[in-house]
Design a protein around this ligand. Structure first.
Ligand code: FAD
Length: 471
């Protein structure tokens, strides 16, 4: 884009929205050029992610969002919604022509309905701040992604996020009752809160996980829950992952729903819980919460299942430790500084496949040249199956091989997951890193998604380059 054209767009945006809502300060452009995808952090550290957007816009109302979208459509400029930028799949990588829409000034709680148990909140609200305000009123959202301090409500909806307490409360698609979304032509769609949907296909679902490609969410209505009356902690040690997974299967199959159900393999048990782990066993952490009578019954029943499978109690200390440390993660930069590439990859499978999937993905990752460690844990469970959240770290044989080694690890994990009959994503989304596997996941439905994109956004202005693979 010519410099004069660039200046014209920037000045025009300021005329539309006011000076304080539009920035092209170099520091703002830099801060909005990527999300937290490892590969783009790596490229940025090595000076290979140089493109910055045209401008960053900070809307304060839905009308501001509509104005920007209409302007962008008239001038065929891409618009990239930006929540907390904590996405880890490369869904945010604006081109030099793009307008980034930072939603974080739209952060008001519109209503806490204590009687009907829901909250209406603007989409740029950060998770931690939402939870603090709900707690002050005696409620919880039940949604605790590890990134709760880094992510927004709009980001959660657009990535189909999962929280650490999901086994009891559900994932974001279970927690959302309605929302408002600005379409790529500037129209506003409003879905009021509905406890169930039977008006034909649930069209709300089309926008969940869309990664900002189908609309810009400006407000959402989420379920809330009274703060739990009691919480009970337990942990158990199992000789291997397969037995620990069997314990979870039996617990959820019998109708119990501990809020937190986390099974770590031997590598991660030793890493996170050195006091409780023997070095070769797998630790299962359980938190039961809710009415006192329920948590007591659930804790007794889950302990019985674990004992029946040879699980040995490790007490409450590992759970307390996890609660203290659960949201602390080293930065990607700290690994890059040491010449190491790392990432996490979350997938899922039904109970008949998941133990094999765990073994096969770890083995596939270990075969990639340079891999130092490959490990996994299960953290979101259902009566029919569970997720496995893999972590890998690799030291490329030379700095030039960094990106290749990283991509080889992803390919190995994705292919092994598919071979084991799993789903290649559980909750981080598709972004750029998983685009190549979306077709495997959706089959013919990929064309349906393309048709939907074409129908809603024929000019392809909303977040181009993410989610949908190139033809
Ligand atoms: C340390 C760490 C821990 C994490 N833990 C978890 C976890 O426990 N569970 C989990 O699910 N994820 C986790 N993530 C991933 C990430 O936090 C989630 O994907 C989160 O939902 C992203 O929210 P965000 O507001 O940061 O969105 P962003 O990264 O800003 O955006 C994500 C996508 O949503 C789009 N988008 C953002 N806001 C809007 C909007 N209002 N309207 C339309 N599109 C929008 C963006 O364009 C982009 O495509 C973690 C990430 C990190 C870095």
């Amino acid at each position: 884009m010519l410099e004069t054209e660039l200046e014209q767009h920037r000045n025009r945006l300021r005329e539309l929205l006011g000076d304080s809502r539009v920035s092209w300060e170099p520091s703002q452009l830099q801060a909005h050029k990527r999300d937290t995808w490892f590969l783009n952090v790596y490229r940025a550290v090595h000076g290979r992610l140089t493109s910055v957007p045209l401008a960053v816009v900070f809307p304060e109302t839905t009308e501001h969002v509509q104005e920007v979208v209409r302007y962008a459509l008239a001038h065929r400029l891409p618009v990239v919604p930006y929540g907390g930028g904590s996405g880890v799949c490369g869904a945010i990588e604006p081109s030099a022509r793009a307008i980034v829409l930072d939603m974080r000034r739209m952060a008001r709680i519109v209503e806490i309905n204590e009687h009907a148990l829901y909250v209406r909140v603007e989409a740029g609200k950060m998770g931690e701040s939402l939870e603090e305000e709900l707690r002050a009123a005696g409620f919880t959202s039940g949604h605790f992604p590890q990134s709760i301090a880094l992510s927004t409500v709009g980001g959660w909806l657009n990535t189909r996020a999962a929280g650490q307490y999901s086994t009891r409360y559900g994932n974001i698609e279970d927690l959302v009752l309605g929302f408002n979304v600005v379409l790529p032509d500037g129209r506003l769609l409003c879905f009021p809160p509905r406890v169930r949907w039977a008006s034909g296909p649930d069209v709300r679902q089309l926008f969940l996980g869309a990664e900002g490609t189908l609309g810009i969410v400006t407000e959402a209505t989420l379920k809330i829950f009274p703060l739990p009356e009691s919480a009970l902690f337990q942990s158990f040690s199992f000789p291997n992952m397969a037995t620990g997974l069997e314990a979870i299967r039996q617990i959820v199959r019998n109708g119990w729903r501990p809020a937190v159900v986390r099974l770590y393999d031997a590598v991660e048990s030793a890493r996170h819980f050195p006091q409780a782990s023997s070095g070769s066993d797998c630790l299962l952490l359980l938190i039961s919460e809710g009415p006192g009578a329920l948590t007591a019954a659930e804790a007794a029943a889950t302990a019985g299942v674990c004992a029946g499978l040879g699980g040995e109690s490790r007490g409450i200390e590992p759970v307390q430790r996890w609660l203290e440390e659960r949201n602390r993660v080293p930065t990607f930069e700290s690994f890059i500084d040491k010449g190491v590439v790392v990432d996490t990859i979350e997938v899922s499978a039904t109970w008949d496949r998941v133990a094999r999937l765990y073994d096969q993905v770890v083995a596939a990752l270990q075969r990639v040249p340079g891999v130092l460690v490959a490990s996994g844990h299960s953290s979101h469970s259902y009566p029919q199956g569970t997720n496995i959240y893999f972590t890998f770290a690799a030291r490329p044989f030379s700095p030039e091989l960094g990106e290749q080694t990283y991509l080889d690890c992803w390919r190995a994990a994705m292919e092994a997951t598919l071979q084991a009959g799993g789903s290649v994503v559980h909750h981080h989304g598709i972004g750029r890193v998983r685009k190549a596997w979306l077709g495997h996941e959706l089959g013919e439905a990929l064309e349906l998604l393309r048709a939907l994109k074409q129908a809603l956004d024929p000019a392809e202005i909303l977040n181009p380059g993410t989610l949908l693979p190139e033809r």
